[in-house]
Ligand binder design. Sequence first.
Ligand code: SF4
Length: 64
Amino acid sequence: MRRYAWVRRTRRAAVAMGRALLKEPGLVGRIRQDPAATSTCIHCNRCMPTIYRGTHCPIAQAGS
Ligand code: SF4
């Protein structure tokens, strides 16, 4: 838990958005427009095998 010490020290929130941004690189902008917006990532982990050949979201590439 040592690596999270800066979170406790600064009292700032840490947010993980890795897969969500793979699915939708413009997500931050969409949330800025609509704070109630949510990620379209379906947490299927089909992106995991792509980490050795150019990490990407196969679902997004398929157009959904
Ligand atoms: S493959 Fe699935 S888990 Fe990975 S970013 Fe795309 S929708 Fe999300």
